[in-house]
Design a protein around this ligand. Structure first.
Ligand SMILES: *[C@@H]1O[C@H](CO)[C@@H](O)[C@H](O)[C@H]1NC(C)=O
Length: 440
């Protein structure tokens, strides 16, 4: 009763606040339209999206791209976005949900034709950039989006290579080849160019009353590409995609927490591969906390274990690249929460074997690193699996962190990989719900 009253008072208070001081935390819902085109149980419909909208303050439509010759922004899937009117279908939801902002995102690791074109755009000078800016503004306006999200595919941290000495215990004798190679010798110049582009974009968009947000993709190093104080002033908010620090594609031999909140000590882990480090990086440069959002992935990263990985499950583990694809997402090295949940021990998989055999869940009572679950390889070296993931519980501890630090909110990547059918417990969108309830 007391909390109900408190809740009501809060609601009244919040609704009386003028909108520019918006005190309610953001819940930014990425919607990757690739989910709309998946098949079977993974197919995400407009009705599914509508069900999620009660929890979202923003929807970010993924993804548009850029033309490598003209640098104009373009749809990456014209048959869907234009011919089947998917852009318009999505923004038409604004009529029913007028308080939600809909943004269109460009890049996001979906724009795979000539990936270095994002850096080339930075180098291309103001005329080429004006073409990008004008085309972006035109698409945003034509399809009635509320703004643009920049998820530029800039050069990534090089994953370090790990090697075990033959016949040695991997944990104690692994060697790191950090190789102090320079990923981008012109990073300083690119940072200046990025800053200027963001300023020009923001000017153009604000003249049309449109929003501009920045998404920092996983393993894009913020120190190299973003002049935090200036970027902070020229965007409405910043989403840090603080996950995929380690992935089976980038780190095939090294299975470890893929999205820890804090640094897990020991075993030569890199100090910047965790949420807290990334957030502090921006906060220390005086970017207002209220503009900074933490990205949470609605999927886990899955490695294949071998006999040499041992049977303890405890990371860091020697692994053998991406695990077998899941039955619904059909993507090597990735399992969504619905798939993970159905692999955890339950009445229907007691006698299952092979890739369907149950996996052992190891929760994280410290709430610092996230959960993992695994199945040791059998005597023939088969069916070994190790998956690092956020479940509703650990996602909610990230929301708790957001509250404790008065950050802007959480950005969920993405709706279509949450358990939107409620296959796990009957609750639809369990990740989204867990985050929402903790953010309130
Ligand atoms: C960028 O990379 C350098 C070198 O690896 C690292 O020291 C720094 O912490 C990284 N910055 C961020 C924000 O991750």
């Amino acid at each position: 009763m007391r909390s109900l009253l408190l809740g009501l008072t809060l609601t009244v208070l919040l609704s009386e606040l003028p909108s520019h001081t918006a005190a309610a935390p953001y819940l930014i819902c990425y919607y990757d339209s690739a989910g709309y085109e998946r098949q079977g149980l993974a197919q995400f419909s407009l009705a599914d999206l509508e069900l999620a909208l009660q929890f979202c303050t923003h929807v970010i439509y993924g993804y548009a791209g850029i033309n490598p010759d003209t640098y104009e922004m373009k749809s990456l899937n014209q048959p869907l976005d234009f011919e089947r009117r998917h852009f318009a279908q999505i923004t038409a939801l604004k009529e029913k949900y007028p308080y939600i902002k809909f943004l269109l995102s460009v890049g996001g690791d979906r724009d795979l034709e000539q990936e270095d074109k994002y850096v080339k755009l930075l180098e291309a000078g103001t005329q080429a950039q004006a073409r990008f800016i004008n085309s972006a503004r035109d698409i945003i306006r034509r399809f009635n989006f509320d703004g643009l999200d920049l998820a530029f595919q800039l050069p990534r941290n090089k994953p370090r290579k790990v090697h075990s000495e033959a016949g040695m215990v991997w944990k104690s004798f692994k060697k790191f080849f950090t190789g102090d190679f320079i990923v981008d010798p012109d990073a300083e110049t690119h940072k200046t160019q990025m800053t200027n582009l963001v300023k020009d974009l923001n000017t153009a968009l604000k003249a049309n009353d449109l929003l501009l947000s920045l998404t920092v993709l996983p393993n894009v190093n913020s120190s190299w590409y973003f002049d935090a104080p200036v970027i902070g002033k020229n965007v409405d908010f910043i989403n840090l995609a603080t996950f995929d620090f380690l992935t089976p594609a980038r780190n095939p031999e090294e299975a470890d927490y893929s999205a820890p909140l804090y640094e897990a000590f020991g075993q030569n882990r890199l100090p910047h591969y965790n949420v807290n480090f990334q957030m502090e990086h921006w906060l220390l440069q005086r970017v207002p906390a209220s503009k900074l959002n933490i990205g949470v992935a609605s999927y886990g990263r899955a490695w294949k274990l071998t006999i040499d990985s041992g049977s303890s499950g405890q990371p860091v583990l020697l692994a053998d690249g991406p695990a077998h694809a899941g039955p619904q997402t059909k993507t090597e090295g990735l399992l969504n929460w619905a798939e993970i949940c159905q692999l955890l021990p339950n009445p229907s998989n007691v006698n299952a074997n092979g890739h369907a055999a149950p996996i052992k869940r190891v929760p994280d009572p410290t709430k610092r690193y996230g959960s993992y679950a695994y199945r040791a390889a059998d005597e023939n070296g088969l069916y070994g699996l190790w998956v690092s993931y956020d479940d509703p519980e650990t996602a909610s501890s990230k929301a708790q962190y957001v509250r404790a630090k008065n950050l802007g909110g959480i950005a969920l990547f993405d709706l279509t990989l949450d358990d939107f059918r409620g296959q796990c417990t009957g609750d639809r969108f369990p990740m989204l719900r867990a985050i929402k309830y903790r953010l309130l």
